[in-house]
Write a protein that binds this ligand. Sequence first.
Ligand code: MSP
Length: 533
Amino acid sequence: MNLVDKKENKFALTTPLYYVNDLPHIGSAYTTMAADVVARFQRLVGNSVLLITGTDEHGQKIQRSAEDKGESPQDFCDRMSAGFGSLWELLDIKHDRFIRTTNVRHQGIVKEFFQRVWDQGDIYLGQQKGWYCVSCEEFKEERELLEDHFCPLHPNKQAEWRDEENYFFRLSKYQSQLEELYKSQPDFIQPPSRRNEVLKFVEQGLQDFSISRVNVDWGFPVPGNSKHTLYVWFDALLGYVTALLPEDAEATLDNALAEWWPISLHLIGKDILRFHAVYWPAMLMSANLPLPGRVFGHGFLTKDGQKMGKSLGNTLDPFALREKYDADAIRYYFLKEIEFGKDGDFNEIRFINVLNADLANDLGNLLNRTLNMVKKYCGGQIPQVVSHDISTESPLKVIGLELTEKVKLAYEALAFSQACEAILFLVRASNKFIDEQAPWSLYKQGQQGTVEKVLYVVLESVRLAAYLLSPIIPNISSDIYQQLGFDINFNESLSSSIEAPLCVHGTWGLLSSEQKLGIARPIFKRIEPPESN
Ligand code: MSP
């Protein structure tokens, strides 16, 4: 399926805008790493890409967190938001836009959007009664809560009773339009399990939801009634629009939507599916704006089998993890080991084992031993072989010729784990091929021609594997490419997509004897397991 929407070659994607009540945890890093991989892949395919991330800074949860720290909400937000930016840098995430919902230009966009929805007659004043989970920033049905009104997503937080005047958005009016959307665009919500969840929810009948608060100061005032502030989610979703504003443009919807709208892909976690797959499209319908291409809700991460969350305090600190391990290692583990869309676990021993097996042993040793043999048996030059010289029965060529298409489909479907498995299959087959062919014996028997062919197909397979893995492990891929004599750095994402597009570098047989091999060095240092105690 082609992910690129209407506007030719343009692919805009978003991560959620993260709450700044605390420093980023691994859950926020997970979505952002995945988004960065998608962005890098889309660039290699030749699309113009805009990766949007940012922070969600209004609402009661943030207001209370700032009070607890004795800081003004704005100072608190400034400090916390900066932490997200630095983590993205540490993880080699190259976002194009970072939107903060306290940005003054955002208020202009929210105001204009509110007016459009108001003019449709979709906003009215009513009385909101119900249980509110401040950590979710969401009203809950009594049946959704645990005993004593504790929230299932934040089991140490009790929902609070509210009975107040709020403005409401007429969600119920969009029931059939939404149903029509899910029917006509079955891929709008992914994966299918999430789609079913939404269909069930909508089937029960949609109720209008409140979009203002009277007891929260930390938010934009409702246009025309400053007794109310806007509900944090109403303002937050519109952050995706504000993020599109060109730097010097006036904050108008027309300016924001001109170049990149509609967003091709919203990447989110499963807990915020309703907001993105139900409320958001309805808000856009009301404002008469085109809808995003798709919403993908990934699963939750656990640590050592235990649920992990900011409110529970058992989070895996991504900064500490990054201090111990390289960005590529972290990116690889989460994208390869966890099927995107399903829940997944982090366990340090497993982490070390996977990296040692895949990157140090399978990929790293393959490159290293092959380069050493090229040095010994071919004078350190890439053999003068071209793809045409290799039989179409050669097992690595057979795999290599089909690999790019397979991996492309996997990346497009956000099946990162499948992409890695397919690439690793070529790497493992290459190791097996060397063992079986035993170039050292062939060399002794004077079969120089065969030695050269064997080493060529293996080097070419390593190259292709490195290239196809570059959205996930850009540093290691660059290192391999440089050892193979290319002057390409996949971490310069824009230049690498121009210098090494998929249509050229995804073709098996690109490696040429004109390349001058670089110096062989290990691409991934084996990690020693921590001492057991
Ligand atoms: N501010 C809202 C999003 C507004 S988007 C316009 C929000 N922020 S959040 O910081 O609480 O969560 C951001 C993302 O982190 C969500 O997609 C959520 O699913 C994800 N995760 C939170 N805990 C997680 C795990 N334990 N595992 C994986 N992702 C998790 O919601």
